[in-house]
Design a protein around this ligand. Sequence first.
Ligand SMILES: Cc1cc2nc3c(=O)[nH]c(=O)nc-3n(C[C@H](O)[C@H](O)[C@H](O)COP(=O)(O)OP(=O)(O)OC[C@H]3O[C@@H](n4cnc5c(N)ncnc54)[C@H](O)[C@@H]3O)c2cc1C
Length: 426
Amino acid sequence: MTKKQRVAVLGSGIAGLSAAWIFSKHHEVCLYEKASKLGLGQKGVDISTREGNKRIDVPIRVFSSIYYPKLHALCQYLNVPLRYLNNDSSFSDHMGRSYFRYFNLSLKDRTFTYILPKLRFLPWMTIFLPDYFKLKKDLSGKTYRINFTDKVFGDYLEARRYSLQFKKEFLIPVFSAIATCSEKEILNFPANMILDLLSVFLETSPMKRWTGGTTALETALAETIQQIKFETVAHQIRQLEHGIEIRDSQGNISVYDQVIIGTQANQAAKLIENIPELSHDKSLLELIPYAQTEMMVHQDEDVMPRNKKDWAAVNYQLTEQHDLPKASIWINRSEPDFKGIDTQYFQTLNPEKDYRGAIKKVKFSRPICNLESFEAMKEIRHRQLSDKQRKVHFVGSYLADKLPLLENGVTSAMEVGEKFGIPLEF
Ligand SMILES: Cc1cc2nc3c(=O)[nH]c(=O)nc-3n(C[C@H](O)[C@H](O)[C@H](O)COP(=O)(O)OP(=O)(O)OC[C@H]3O[C@@H](n4cnc5c(N)ncnc54)[C@H](O)[C@@H]3O)c2cc1C
């Protein structure tokens, strides 16, 4: 693609926005977004406090330089300032009684996790520690990568005979919260996908965020994009002899040389249903399942551990009502902008009811992985990267090897850029 071309990118999540940024350096890009804001910051909320106006990103997204090398390099290239985030964690039962808590200290791109010896955590620790060291040993050699190819996370847990407590009260709540899916679904994720992330988890790479929140990254990426159409839904795509036609919710019909679809996989499948040449891609996209999840921003301290000394930045709580993970982020502890503010703010994943001081409830749908969808994802990637004639491409957090997180969104966009020979300076 040496000549300057007209490129439409549909969807401005991390994947679509990264693709639009990459292509805008050499081509004429029009980015379509159905909402009135760019994807990452769409669901955030502005609040006014006695200390001034603040913004809470919903969800608060975090990353590390080890598991997210491409996103990290992109942020550095764009000079988007990053800062460490406290992600110390507490774990409590459904009554809010804590059974475990760890702290972390981040210094010079290393983080140190430590546990304070507390008598009341002792019973759980005696179960936790042997399993923890067994897991650490398993992950250090990376032999799991061979032994657990084509196996799911549940197979790994079964094979290694971890205690029920270690699985049910630690590993499963943490990973189902990261993937925002049910406990049953996380057990069906490809084993290596979870174990790779776990091995990074046990490293000393601290969690980071953008100073200024998602807006900082979005502003930097959007700067070079030639045109952004907000509140514009791409409805239908058709392949014409001289390009790809897009009909949108504003009644416009536009023709582009290339189209990059950065929506969720199920939405992408619908968008291409009138292109017979892509019928196999459509059936592959339909194999990527989505889970619904909810997040509430509120001021209700009852979601936190009963003992205030156990409050952490991230607070996991077991529930009796459902098999969805419940985790509450204590914003005043995790977000430096909220330090010292009198009112306490929380963000709870999978709230069980409307909490006191509810500010916003947001719904998300999130791709989940299993062995079938993993194979489908690999085939979509292979098909689009090997077919030189194709004019429709897909990007998204569902479309790379790692867990469906921000890094995959950037990776998928970079891969499509590379296919078109667009050099990246980082
Ligand atoms: C609760 C929660 C917490 C998370 N925390 C983290 C975290 O800490 N770290 C991390 O790495 N990841 C996290 N993630 C995952 C991460 O947010 C997603 O993987 C990522 O944002 C997905 O990006 P995407 O570009 O693939 O898709 P999306 O963000 O879904 O973007 C798709 C965009 O397309 C637009 N769109 C859809 N259809 C059309 C259409 N027809 N026309 C025009 N526009 C359209 C949508 O409005 C949307 O803006 C979290 C997710 C959730 C739900």
